[in-house]
Ligand binder design. Sequence first.
Ligand code: C2E
Ligand code: CA
Ligand code: CA
Ligand code: CA
Length: 277
Amino acid sequence: AKQQGRNTYQLYTEDLDNKLSRRVTLRSELQEAIEHGQLSLHYQPLLDRENRVVGLEALVRWHHHSKGFISPATFIPMAEETGQIIPLSRWVMRKACQDAQRLVTQGLLAGRMAINLSPLQFHRPNFLSTLRNVLDETGLAPTHLELELTEGILMHDTDGAIDILHALNGMEVSTSIDDFGTGFSSLSYLRDLPIDKIKIDRSFVKSAAKSDKNAAICQGVITLAQELDLRVVAEGIETAEQHDYLMSLGCEVFQGYLFARPMPLDSLSSWLAAPSS
Ligand code: C2E
Ligand code: CA
Ligand code: CA
Ligand code: CA
């Protein structure tokens, strides 16, 4: 038994070593990616009930020289742990605002560019001043910017979050709660905080037209939002059935592969310029 225990231990440490060295490699490669322009942004349109584009969401991409495409679902949480999310987010914010301003100038964007925020980024003392600098430097009007926050961001240091949200509201930068319904959080913050929108998480939208429970959640979220004067976005719309169903519930904004996938700026420009079908 002793012998076996030792082998298990060795396997375990080897495995841990491997994991650790993979992470160390990935970490230094991400540093390189941030510094040497291996990151890019894709943009996904948001549409209203008449299929007019009312906004875009910026989604970061990492094109690794040998591993190919690495999903943000993998490297964003890692960057959050290592603190690399700070320079990464700074790059995302500047690039998204630059591109948004270009689209506005070309008459291709009347709505807002939405940027995903990380908890670490939002709770830094200089968050607002960095944001103001980026807006100044890129010339983007705050009325063309939206920030997507998660429930987790608001639950951590709620008092600090309230002050920032009020400042953003005063600047006319709009805010939305991303992945709404997945955070197990109290709903009272919706009443107390100056938030403009909620995005119903894809997991509820996915089977809303088929599952009674997910339908009830979507319906509940939409009713709640209407009572509180918040707009509702349904994300992850892949089928006409999902679209029709959420329309019937009164949802106002839609995002998903049914309409458009996230695209690089040049494809997006053509897509936006093309007469809508
Ligand atoms: P998210 O903010 O919930 O973004 C929506 C995700 O759903 C995106 O995945 C998008 O490509 C995907 N999506 C959109 N429509 C559909 C659809 O119809 N069907 C399906 N199956 N998926 C759809 P993506 O781009 O892989 O991003 C994953 C997550 O990574 C994001 O989830 C967000 O939490 C995070 N993320 C992405 N970019 C950034 C960023 O710049 N900063 C931060 N902090 N997080 C980011
Ligand atoms: Ca988002
Ligand atoms: Ca507002
Ligand atoms: Ca989401």
